[in-house]
Design a protein around this ligand. Structure first.
Ligand code: PHE
Length: 357
């Protein structure tokens, strides 16, 4: 005996096209009834698989199409498509109905007319604002960013910078020392040394970073503060380059009308050395000069230390200038902040004033 495939036309139920049409109608009404009685997504999915899935009666009927006599194929095929369409539409409608019921339940506890919760907008710290501006001006002038450790050796912080053993800055009372002899760097000038150890001339770097001193804390002194160091070493760098660079820099920061003065000073690692003062216009009081940076031409003794440490003579035919400024002070001037401590207290009422950015 020839085995018949399941649900083929030779099966009793589908033995004629007429019976097949009847059977399809039956499938349709079974499906629509079953779907109508469903009220959750899981049962709906079960119904979909039962009536449209691979093992559904409809799929079997489709497989049986090949046995339908040619002249009947069209009618049976159309019926099949119509039944499948009706079941699909019914499933879609039911899905929409279930989703609507579920959404309505979810929204029942929400009042969409209430105003939304505002997300507070952040603002950059004033120091970050000032640092970003300073760095972008200096980078445009060709300075690259450099960095060095905050925990330094005495050699990088003092000896290589031509600072004698008995210099007051090296005192226990001025500097934080560790038991192993290292220290918290008292200035970012140590990055000058770190850079020249690693890189031959020309050197043109800026190094923003923290520095630490055992200062009595008051409105203009903190024991941890922020500096911005600069170093330019090449052949025939002159004092005119130093003045031009700093003047351009401060005009970019504070406007073209500012007045600057270079006042002779002493630093062990520069010769000659200067302090740079900015004339500060106050509306009520008389104008006053405030010190904003230290600078000078790199002392040849510094280059000697570097050559010795590197074991070469890369820094022999060069000159250079260096500068260091207090970033906290730049921020105080930029924003008219009267007390340095405001910069580290993290009082939101203070910080909020510096806008979004
Ligand atoms: N390191 C000096 C200070 O902290 C500033 C300075 C830097 C001076 C570079 C000259 C050259 O006061």
């Amino acid at each position: 005996m020839v085995r018949c495939p399941a649900f083929s036309c030779r099966d009793s139920l589908l033995s004629s096209p007429f019976a097949m049409l009847k059977q399809l109608e039956q499938i349709e009404s079974d499906a629509l009834n079953a779907i109508a009685s469903v009220s959750d997504e899981t049962s709906l999915e079960k119904a979909r698989i039962e009536f449209l899935g691979k093992k559904s009666r409809l799929s079997a009927a489709l497989a049986g199409m090949r046995d339908v006599p040619k002249e009947e194929k069209k009618a049976v095929g159309q019926k099949l498509n119509q039944v499948r369409g009706a079941i699909t539409t019914c499933l879609d409608e039911k899905t929409a109905e279930i989703t609507a019921v579920r959404d309505a339940a979810a929204f029942a506890s929400i009042d969409p007319t209430l105003p939304g919760r505002t997300i507070p907008e952040g603002a950059l710290h004033p120091l970050t604002h000032v640092l970003d501006r300073a760095v972008s001006v200096l980078r445009r002038m060709g300075f690259a960013l450099a960095e060095g450790p905050e925990i330094e050796t005495e050699w990088h912080c003092f000896d290589a910078l031509n600072t004698p053993e008995d210099h007051p800055a090296r005192n226990e009372s001025d500097t934080f020392y560790f038991e192993n002899g290292k220290l918290l760097r008292t200035h970012t000038s140590s990055v000058q040394i770190r850079t020249m150890e690693a890189q031959a001339p020309p050197v043109r770097i800026i190094a923003p970073g923290s520095a630490f001193r055992r200062d009595e804390i008051d409105s203009t002194h903190l024991s941890a503060f922020n500096q911005l160091e600069g170093l330019y070493v090449d052949q025939q760098v002159t004092l005119a380059d130093l003045k031009g660079t700093l003047e351009y820099f401060f005009r970019e920061m504070f406007g073209s009308k500012i007045e600057l003065r270079f006042r002779p000073h002493f630093f062990p690692f520069t010769e000659p050395s200067f302090e740079v003062d900015l004339k500060f216009q106050t509306s009520r009081k008389a104008d006053k000069w405030i010190e904003i940076a230290g600078c000078g031409m790199v002392d040849p003794n510094v280059f000697d230390s570097i050559n010795t440490a590197r074991g070469d003579s890369e820094f022999s035919d060069v000159t250079g200038f260096a500068f260091g400024m207090g970033l906290d002070r730049l921020a105080m001037i930029t924003y008219g902040i009267p007390d340095l401590r405001l910069l580290i207290e993290n009082d939101v009422r203070f910080l909020e004033q510096f806008g979004v950015g």
